[in-house]
Design a binder for this molecule. Structure first.
Ligand code: KG4
Length: 340
């Protein structure tokens, strides 16, 4: 019998639904919320309201594109956390209600586990480019920067993580103070391609072990900018490509320095990257350079599976379904928590 999973993601500002049949993706629909652009960041209340408007048409469209009726579904997987509580509640309540009405299992998914398992989304039967266990995954998003040892689909260990800001958060905040817009990641990425990464240096953290810190870099960036602006009020306009390239290089260096250490110490050279910041070209290039120089076997997700999407929730749901790892209706959404 076929296993058909509907995945639902609503943890931040994207409402998404996807359908996976026997591990192969049939459809993936994402409704992004443009309403936040004017505010330079996600406004939680507006996000919840937009999810309310989007959830029914997005799920409907995902089923339609997959050519699947809701009666054919085996289970419904949904992001239970971490994320914005109001946003999560929309997807969690909808998923639970639909599963209950169809009398099929509901499967709760940790959003971060979903990002890691995005590497197992298959677009066709003969798509075999998946990491082998155990592998190391650098998870870099707007809210998290973690190095994870992935032993199995359901067995992950956080080896290091940020003690303050996440990499994406640092990029977004620096972009905001330069007046470049939101979200900063793709804007900085584009500008950085035209700039000199060695034009400026910003301070790098000295944190023991495998943990990260990005708040010092952010402060150093803001402080330097303030001084330069005193000399030249148009400094940002004149130097934004070099600023973007130097900022991006510093962040990529910080991320890769710790990752190299983990790979060396664990001896595991299957290395993946996941999360929104994995769309960054500088980071992707650094992965390719490390593959050439150190013999890493690297796994970089397709652009569509880097930022929040329900395909990663559906694939995680698929593996949990195989383990009969179901959720009960009384399990609430949670806003904070990393992978265990
Ligand atoms: O994974 P994600 O969509 O959301 C969270 O779950 O946090 O990640 C969003 C983050 C934002 O900080 C955004 O600026 C960053 O990913 N991002 C990028 C790029 N595209 C998105 N950062 C750098 N370069 C990019 N091309």
């Amino acid at each position: 019998m076929d296993t058909i999973i509907l995945g639902i993601e609503s943890s931040c500002d994207d409402t998404s639904a996807a359908v996976i049949k026997n591990g192969v993706l049939l459809s993936s629909v994402i409704a992004s919320q443009a309403v936040h652009e004017a505010y330079g960041g996600v406004v939680p209340e507006l996000a919840s309201r937009a999810h309310q408007q989007n959830i029914v048409p997005v799920v409907h469209e995902a089923l339609k594109r997959a050519g699947v009726t809701k009666e054919q579904l085996s289970a419904i997987a949904f992001t239970r956390g971490p994320g914005l509580m109001g946003s999560l509640l929309v997807g969690v309540s909808f998923a639970k209600g639909l599963a209950r009405s169809l009398d099929i299992p509901m499967i709760d998914v940790n959003h971060l586990q979903g990002h890691v398992l995005a590497h197992f989304i298959k677009e066709s039967e003969d798509d075999h480019n998946q990491p082998k266990f155990p592998f190391i995954c650098l998870l870099v998003s707007g809210g998290n920067s973690q190095i994870i040892r992935v032993n199995a689909y359901n067995d992950m260990e956080v080896l290091g993580q940020t003690i303050d800001d996440a990499a994406g958060e640092a990029i977004d905040k620096c972009s905001k103070v330069m007046g470049l817009g939101y979200p900063g990641g793709p804007i900085i990425d584009k500008l950085a391609r035209q700039g000199n990464p060695k034009a400026y240096t910003f301070s790098k953290p000295h944190i023991p072990g495998y943990d990260y810190s990005f708040s010092g870099l952010k402060t150093s960036f803001l402080y330097s900018l303030r001084e330069w602006l005193k000399e030249d009020p148009d400094f940002i306009e004149h130097h934004k490509t070099d600023l973007a390239a130097s900022l991006e290089k510093t962040i990529v260096d910080i991320l890769m320095d710790k990752l190299r250490k983990v790979v060396k110490d664990t001896g595991i050279n299957e290395v993946a990257v996941a999360g929104g910041v994995s769309a960054n070209n500088g980071l992707r290039n650094a992965f390719h350079e490390h593959a050439d120089k150190y013999g890493w076997k690297i796994y970089i997700p397709k652009f569509g599976y880097t930022t929040d999407n329900a395909a990663m929730i559906a694939i995680t749901g698929y593996y949990k379904f195989m383990d009969k790892d179901f959720c009960t209706i009384d399990k609430p959404a949670y806003s904070r928590v990393t992978i265990k």
